[in-house]
Write a protein that binds this ligand. Structure first.
Ligand code: HEM
Ligand SMILES: [Cu+2]
Length: 535
């Protein structure tokens, strides 16, 4: 079973090369590639907005763009990166490709719905990009009312429609994953034999189904207030602006776990493979995923410590936010314990995964600073918050996404990427990332507020470092684009299991055939049955 099925092996890619064959495909693997192309496009559009911002902030005066234009750039950046890159990234690309393969199924439960999700994503993207071309939006990705509902003169409605539509794409994908994982596991693949990547995508899907409708409803209310002047959030009309914040963060805090749980799943797969050891504390890892998903719904008020919510609410939200750190810490502990006495090798995916763990930890621990009621009064709305969430979402999730892309690239494409380039890019990204975002912790602590296009001279040095880091980071992100595309043509042909990894996805040829498996696999062993090495 360890080699490809020979020259007659017809992979999912060979099923058709015409544009039509791609745009009408029902194969989860081809849909995954459609997503990969689209989200990569959005990543670079969002990145372009960030580049303009860091260029403006390279010097103290606001001399590159006006403050109004700057507002539009950070809004575009946030909206695109959150809804069109981070949320769909790992679930819709890797989840789509791997959920059926990892559980020994032929496809997702609802292949047509899966394709529909991609079309919804695209339609939402067209609305959003259209709104940006038509002049942009200046509310920030958080759409705070009553500014967004009553005062902003920009294309709020069009962007809201875009985000609303892409929300349904998330919900449909989530329903597909939940049903598939419940109903289509191969014989013998019990819940506690599932790869943690599956657990992570399962929990993420549950969050998507439960939280995304709240966002859809909230944004609809903003649109209703804006169009019909019905008092919902605007106090002048008898509405309540805090209601918006509660609703928005009731979605958006769980949404941050939509962005990071799948990344944790990827890291678990990679770390156990390149340590050649079963993951430490498998059950705790699975329970921690569920714990994070549940507690993640109870902490939204930590975004509202200074909003005027009651002090008792603040104290409860502070306490609950500390609680969410416990399952996160369990995961970090178990990854570390997996490494302990492992037979570790540092291929590119492993470098990304280790980068993920370190940066995620920085993000999580600074989250605890912010979760401390008193400290947050000083730090809220400063660059400290920006640094915190970029450590998690960029240092964490984007690192893990890239790690996963490298790890499963041979499976997806049938080719090996050039290993040294892979390692080099991982290091450039790690260095560039820290240079960009570490100074922002200091800037925030010194009181630099977020969302300003100019700042006092004394903050020049730290901002200069950050902008320089952004340039390094940009190079790091562009590198994989080149060598991965290069490898499609010139890379070495991969066999079915280049990493000698466990897991059903490696028991099928690379790239897999249309229905994934010649015959349904039967699972007889636990997850990650790597044999412990004697050293
Ligand atoms: C140990 C877990 C975490 C804790 C205790 C925590 C705590 C916090 C707190 C208290 C804030 C509000 C800060 C303020 O506005 O003053 C915050 C902001 C934020 N956090 Fe976290 N966080 C954690 C994990 C995460 C994760 C996993 C993500 C993303 C994947 C994330 C993304 C964000 C974002 C996007 C914001 C800012 C939103 C905005 O105002 O634009 N956090 N975090
Ligand atoms: Cu939060």
């Amino acid at each position: 079973m360890n080699t490809n099925a020979g020259p007659q092996h017809r992979s999912y890619i060979d099923e058709g090369y015409s544009l039509k064959s791609w745009l009408t495909t029902h194969d989860h693997k081809r849909i995954a590639l459609l997503y990969m192309v689209s989200i990569t496009l959005f990543f670079f559009i969002g990145g372009a907005a960030a580049t303009i911002m860091r260029l403006e902030l390279a010097t103290a005066p606001g001399d590159l763009v006006t403050s109004q234009t700057y507002n539009k750039f950070f809004t575009a950046h946030g909206v695109i990166m959150v809804w069109f890159f981070l949320i769909p990234s790992i679930p819709n690309v890797m989840g789509n490709f791997l959920v059926p393969l990892m559980i020994g199924a032929r496809d997702l439960a609802f292949p047509r719905l899966n394709l529909a999700s991609w079309y919804l994503y695209t339609l939402g993207g067209i609305f959003t990009i259209g709104a940006l071309i038509a002049g942009g939006v200046d509310t920030g990705w958080t759409f705070y009312t009553p500014y967004s509902s009553m005062f902003s003169n920009t294309n709020v409605i069009a962007v809201i429609i875009g985000v609303f539509i892409v929300g349904f794409s998330s919900i449909f994908t989530a329903i597909n994953f939940i049903v598939t994982i419940h109903k289509m596991r191969a014989p013998g693949l019990t819940w506690f034999r599932l790869p943690l990547f599956i657990w992570a995508n399962y929990a993420t899907s549950v969050i998507m189904v439960m939280a995304t409708p709240v966002l859809a409803m909230t944004l609809s209310l903003v649109a209703i207030e804006r169009i019909f002047q019905v008092g919902i959030f605007d106090p002048a009309l008898g509405g309540d602006p805090l209601l918006f914040q509660h609703l928005f963060w009731f979605y958006s805090h769980p949404a941050v776990y939509i962005m990071v749980l799948p990344a944790m799943g990827v890291a678990s797969e990679i770390i156990t493979c390149f340590s050649r050891k079963p993951i430490f504390g498998y059950r705790f890892m699975a329970y921690a995923i569920i714990g994070i998903a549940v507690i993640g719904f109870l902490v939204w008020g930590h975004h509202m410590f200074v909003s005027g919510q009651s002090m008792y609410a603040g104290m409860m939200f502070s306490l609950l936010s500390f609680l969410v750190a416990i399952p996160s810490a369990i995961k970090v502990f178990n990854w570390t314990a997996t490494l302990y006495k492992g037979s570790i090798s540092f291929e590119a995916p492993m470098l990304y995964a280790l980068g993920f763990v370190g940066l995620f930890m920085m993000g999580g621990l600074t989250g605890l600073f912010l979760a401390s009621l008193a400290l947050d009064v000083h730090l809220t709305d400063t660059y400290f918050v920006i640094a915190h969430f970029h450590y998690i979402m960029v240092g964490g999730s984007v690192m893990a996404y890239l790690g996963g892309i490298h790890y499963w690239w041979p499976k997806m494409s049938g080719r090996l990427y050039p290993e040294n380039w892979g390692r080099f890019a991982a290091i450039v990204i790690f260095v560039g990332f820290n240079l960009t975002f570490f100074p922002q912790f200091l800037l925030g602590y010194l009181g630099m507020p977020r969302r300003y296009h100019q700042y006092p001279e004394e903050l020049q040095l730290l901002n200069g470092l950050s902008s320089a880091g952004a340039a390094v980071l940009a190079v790091g992100y562009i590198l994989p684009l080149f060598y991965l595309l290069w490898s499609l043509r010139y890379g070495k042909v991969s066999d079915s299991n280049p990493w000698k990894a466990k897991g059903l996805e490696w028991k099928t040829p690379s790239p897999p055939i249309k229905g994934n498996f010649e015959e349904t696999p039967i699972v007889k062993e636990e997850a990650y049955a790597y044999s412990p090495q004697k050293s």
